[in-house]
Design a protein around this ligand. Structure first.
Ligand code: NAP
Length: 314
């Protein structure tokens, strides 16, 4: 049975059950950055959560402590986060199965964004998997492991580790557009793409979001972010904290020290201030870090902070 929360948090009151409605709204309003609407039926908190860190070491196999991973996801939802980023190739399958264990049946407010276009090989590599049958199977695997009838958003992941690879993406994107027509996907997105590839995809079907490598120290997509903002399309930076190489610089440290904050908080707050269409999906396997990230992103950066941080931009 669902009971309303008096504390303004989303409360889990039984296996897989959450109090919703007014309490969700109250929790969401408390999150830094507010919300962003990617499509008529798709509004998410700009403060989201990236689930990649929940699998085992190197995003391969199960985590050492599955209960801790479940706790992170439940805390994210209790804090009011409604945007969870994942992929069935994290683990593989493991991260999605943990999401399902932690949150299914999902509160109506929660939106899970997944991606397809790669596999894991026996060595833990990430080979591309863009053939039509591979894409269809990846969507079916996401549905099965997340326990859903339709996926809110599927990003087509192309390109290299941290930058787009030139070339047409029409063929694989058309496959996803077909799966959308079949009702298995509600909205489409792209990952690790150039402006030209985005335009090519938009000639086939609308896109709701773009997920590329971007952070306070890596700003190659500045023009792209502005262009997407003008179109109402979300820009979702991966590696917002530096990913496998945590952000570190004297300038970031100096701004953080001046504001009595952590470099992580400055990096997240900078992204929220950079453009209203930027959505955050910092990854963590720790409840404490999750809470730090949510509270830290509320920081306000002044012009002199922004000027100092501009010097580390690449
Ligand atoms: N589209 C793509 O190709 C792509 C590629 C990579 C990632 N992604 C998505 O983007 C999300 C974010 O990227 P990411 O997780 O790789 O990198 P990230 O968010 O830049 O950084 C994650 C790292 O920062 C640490 N961390 C997080 N919060 C911290 C805190 N408050 N204090 C200290 N350390 C902290 C985490 O360790 P702890 O676990 O110890 O907190 C982890 O090692 C992923 O989860 C995934 O969903 C997408």
């Amino acid at each position: 049975m669902l009971t309303p929360s008096r504390a303004g948090r989303i409360v889990r009151d039984g296996p897989g059950h959450y109090s919703q409605g007014v309490t969700v709204l109250m929790a969401v309003q408390k999150l830094p950055g507010g919300t962003f609407t990617m499509a008529e039926d798709l509004t998410v908190t700009r403060m989201g959560y990236g689930a990649m860190q929940l699998a085992g070491p190197h995003v391969f196999g199960p985590p050492a402590d599955r209960d801790a991973a479940v706790a992170v996801l439940r805390e994210a939802v209790e804090l009011g986060i409604t945007h969870i980023d994942t992929s069935d190739y994290y683990g593989p399958h493991v991260t999605n199965q943990i999401i399902r264990q932690a949150l299914h049946p999902y509160p109506d407010s929660v939106h899970i964004v997944t991606k397809v276009g790669a596999l894991r090989d026996a060595e833990g590599g990430w080979p591309q998997a863009l053939a039509p049958e591979q894409l269809r199977q990846a969507v079916l695997d996401n549905l099965a492991n997340l326990g859903l009838d339709a996926l809110d958003v599927v990003n087509l992941r192309v390109g290299g580790l941290d930058r787009p690879t030139p070339g047409s993406i029409a063929e694989p994107f058309t496959v996803l557009a077909q799966l959308q027509q079949e009702g298995l996907i509600k909205h489409l997105g792209l990952s690790t793409v150039s402006a030209g590839q985005i335009a090519e995809a938009q000639s086939i079907a609308p896109i709701a979001c773009v997920q590329n490598f971007y952070n306070v120290a890596h700003r190659v997509d500045d023009d792209l972010i502005d262009s997407l903002a003008g179109q109402g399309i979300a820009y979702v930076p991966y590696f917002p904290l530096g990913g496998f190489s945590p952000l570190q610089s004297d300038e970031l440290g100096s701004v953080a020290a001046r504001l009595h904050a952590t470099p992580m908080a400055v990096a997240l707050a900078w992204l929220l201030q950079r453009s209203p269409n930027i959505l955050l999906i910092p990854g963590t396997s720790s409840v404490a870090h999750l809470r730090d990230n949510v509270s830290g992103a509320a920081l306000t950066l002044a012009q002199d902070d922004l000027t100092e941080l501009a010097s580390i931009a690449a």
